[in-house]
Ligand binder design. Sequence first.
Ligand SMILES: Cc1cc2nc3c(=O)[nH]c(=O)nc-3n(C[C@H](O)[C@H](O)[C@H](O)COP(=O)(O)OP(=O)(O)OC[C@H]3O[C@@H](n4cnc5c(N)ncnc54)[C@H](O)[C@@H]3O)c2cc1C
Length: 393
Amino acid sequence: MQAELNPRAGLHADIRAAVRELCGTFGGAYWQEVEAAGGYPEAFVAALTGAGWLTALIPEAYGGGGLTLEEASVILEEINRSGANSGACHAQMYTMGTLLRHGTEAQKQRWLPPLARGELRLQSFAVTEPTAGTDTTRIRTVAQREGDRYLISGQKVWTSRLPHTDLLLLLARTTPLEAVRKRGEGLSVFLLELPPAAEREAAGMSARPIRNMVNHETSEVFFERFAVPAENLIGTEGQGLRCILDGMNAERILIAAECIGDGFWFLERARRYACERVVFERPIGQNQGVQFPIARAYANLLAADLMRYDAAARFDAGQSAGAAANTAKLLAADASWECANVCLQTHGGFGFAAEYDIERKFRETRLYQVAPISTNLILAYLAEHVLGLPRSY
Ligand SMILES: Cc1cc2nc3c(=O)[nH]c(=O)nc-3n(C[C@H](O)[C@H](O)[C@H](O)COP(=O)(O)OP(=O)(O)OC[C@H]3O[C@@H](n4cnc5c(N)ncnc54)[C@H](O)[C@@H]3O)c2cc1C
């Protein structure tokens, strides 16, 4: 047996062991079946939910695990490290933050305990729109107040896991862009309790799946005067962008941890194959042309992982974590992508065969360069907010 690649494998060892054990029961064959069927890993997500891992960030007072962000990040790291894909369920963890930080006590009492018990799912958030792109202030979905309810009209895109959620966190304009002082104002967050699928159209909601590179069960969603009780407004009306932005640091750190998990998975596969595969009467890993890229990717992965722990520690200590969280996400996404490339290259043609799982993980880890935030936008954040360079957009 080869040595453990992760020098921090002893950190939160109990969490790692338990998550690894659970994930170990869903091996490559399981993921290949899900992919081939174009399905959703229901059994896997149900097992994680049943074990309480997805509600790790809900405080114990509401029935959750009450873990720190660093501990939660280790859960997602280990999921991806096992060859699985946190993308099937990670939003349950970070979407919760908006409710935790900005929900009233009554809202928390209403939703958090059933979420913690696994009776409700909060798997989806709808921010992105086709015309606005990353410029969230230009979203066109509106929520118009009418008595004790809001009527939502507009279109969202890339709303992931929609068929597998009961609750949907949605950002909409409550005051027109022309009527606000700053363009980030006038947006509000709502927690939608989705009706059963058969009743959605009558309620003013329809969705169309988007076929795409990764299995996120993601959809275009259309709303036409979809009614939401006013009591489902999260935070203050008009201050919704702040509520969403507040959760970004946690999201960045959790995603960085997923990238780190992917990176170790790719490198484990690469080094194993490089030692086993014999071509020209020697293991391919004996060639420096094969081993150096693996070694370099490993070095970059370890450096990114240190940044991830730094960011998590700052976040858990209540310090400002924006620069560290963004840097961690940037470096970890780059590192996992480098590891993916190296792993595929090391496997030659076999890397393209679905039964090796590499091509699936390759596609999955590529997403982190674009979503939930693209690399350029992180660079723009660091340039403007940390380095003091002029705003570029
Ligand atoms: C599989 C998948 C799942 C997703 N799930 C969700 C979800 O559940 N909920 C949700 O709300 N969204 C989701 N998204 C959307 C995702 O967050 C966006 O795709 C992402 O934020 C990028 O936005 P965009 O696609 O509109 O790109 P655009 O904003 O159109 O940008 C296109 C390209 O231009 C670059 N660019 C844009 N502006 C600038 C600038 N000023 N300077 C430099 N470069 C710039 C970007 O970096 C990017 O590379 C998902 C996307 C995918 C692909």
